[in-house]
Design a protein around this ligand. Structure first.
Ligand code: ZN
Length: 444
């Protein structure tokens, strides 16, 4: 008994400021580590099922709000990319018997490159068909992950009890702009949302960082720096659920990278900044929680002509030839290539205290930097890789520069070609329609 008391006294508790606003908050975690060999996503060079588990991976959920107004549920998943089809299926199940609604549900992928391949994501990653003997494991894991995301959302909803919410923003520097162009913007902000119960115990910590989860390129399961951060925070705050979302980090890599020491270093650096903020006075989050979503269409540029596809089909780069042959086959079948990509822009605002923006895809850093100029930087939080990861989402600048994130990565996602020049304006325009005006930056 004495030992238990000593242990309990080590759990950090937070001194509560007076008169907080109380929310119904629940958090949950589910282990999503595959128990059988399955192909990994993220890198095209790996052609065999994974070998071993270097770190277990999870799906986590935080549910905020009562059933009356409708709770908001965010699920973070240690995976390269959870597709819209999976979100749609989970929502179909959850809206049958919970108070959840579509615009109040978000899934944020961590983009770790050491987690299983899923159906409907990065279909051209390997520049060849996935061998039929590897498909059953991918399909099985896709089904299991769908069930786990549903399960973790339900558990978070059930676990709701009064908590106050506070948030703050820190900074960590390990993300580096990876594009081979002279202008190298970065977004080193570390926003942190903390839920604490009336006794001052930390129930959940949500953070976000704009960087690829690509420290590692191993053949084993691992959550990369995001996984290390989650583990570290859950050690520091026993009983708390630590969730990590990714910001607009499509053109950002951890630097340096590629060793187990470095993944630990990056993850622990982020965790120590999050811990520092969590233990300090943060700004209160207020209600009401207003959730909005709008599906827009992003136009593709003109696709290659049949002759151009035929030339590309002869390319020595396997992925280029594979992509071209797939599209020629579509044309041969009389199918029209898609001219637009459906794109779901979602925003959650908490009173006038905090506005969260959720953008699908591998969103380049210019988007968060622009939104943090356009809106009050101290009250806006941008999550990318959210609700779908259909491809890279270049800014106008990145699109004009070209290169991997601007154009060629479209091959791996099986999109017909790069985006039309107005992609950034369409997305920013939708965000403007959804985020309440009081969050706009004051004119200087
Ligand atoms: Zn990526």
């Amino acid at each position: 008994m004495k030992r238990l008391l000593i242990l309990l006294s080590l759990v950090p508790t937070i001194a509560l400021a007076s008169d907080p606003e109380w929310f119904q908050v629940g958090a949950a975690a589910v282990d999503i580590t595959p128990e059988y060999p399955v192909r990994l996503s993220g890198y095209g060079s790996r052609r065999e099922p994974h070998q071993g588990v270097a770190q277990r991976i999870s799906a986590k959920a935080i549910a905020i709000g009562e059933d009356g107004a409708g709770p908001a549920v965010l699920v973070t998943v240690d995976n390269c990319a959870v597709p819209a089809s999976m979100r749609t299926e989970v929502i179909r199940r959850l809206t049958k018997d919970t108070a959840l609604r579509d615009e109040r549900f978000a899934i944020a992928s961590s983009h770790t490159h050491c987690a299983p391949m899923l159906k409907d994501v990065l279909p051209n990653l390997f520049g060849m068909d996935i061998p039929s003997e590897h498909l059953p494991a991918i399909e099985r894991y896709t089904r299991e992950l769908t069930d786990w995301i549903e399960q973790v959302a339900r558990e978070a909803l059930k676990a709701r009890h009064p908590c106050r919410l506070d948030w703050s923003v820190g900074t960590v520097g390990f993300a580096a702009n990876r594009r081979p162009f002279p202008f190298k913007p970065v977004d080193h902000d570390v926003p942190v949302l903390r839920a604490i119960d009336p006794q001052g115990k930390v129930l959940a910590i949500l953070t976000n960082y704009a960087c690829h989860c690509t420290t590692l390129g191993i053949d084993s399961i691992h959550g990369d720096w995001s996984g290390v951060t989650q583990e570290s925070l859950q050690r520091e705050f026993p009983g708390a659920v630590a969730l990590v979302a990714i910001g607009c980090g499509a053109d950002q890599n951890p630097d340096p990278r590629r060793t187990m020491e470095l993944v630990k270093q990056h993850g622990e650096n982020l965790a120590s900044e999050v811990k520092r903020l969590t233990l300090t006075q943060m700004r209160p989050v207020t209600g009401p929680i207003v959730c909005r979503a709008k599906e827009i269409q992003l136009a593709f540029d003109s696709p290659p002509s049949r002759e151009a596809w035929q030339t590309l089909a002869q390319s020595k780069t396997a992925a280029v030839a594979y992509h071209a042959k797939k599209n020629l086959a579509r044309l041969d079948r009389g199918e029209a290539l898609p001219t637009h990509l459906p794109y779901l822009v979602q925003t959650w605002s908490f009173g006038d205290a905090l506005a969260m923006v959720f953008l699908p895809g591998e969103v380049t850093v210019d988007y968060s930097l622009r939104l943090k100029r356009q809106y009050d930087r101290s009250r806006i939080w941008v999550n990318a890789y959210a609700n779908d990861v259909p491809c890279y989402i270049p800014s106008k600048r990145v699109l004009e520069e070209g290169g991997y994130e601007g154009a060629t990565a479209m091959i791996y996602y099986d999109r017909p070609t790069k985006f039309a020049p107005d992609v950034e304006e369409r997305i920013i325009g939708a965000v403007q329609e959804l985020v309440p005006n009081p969050f706009l930056a004051k004119p200087e």
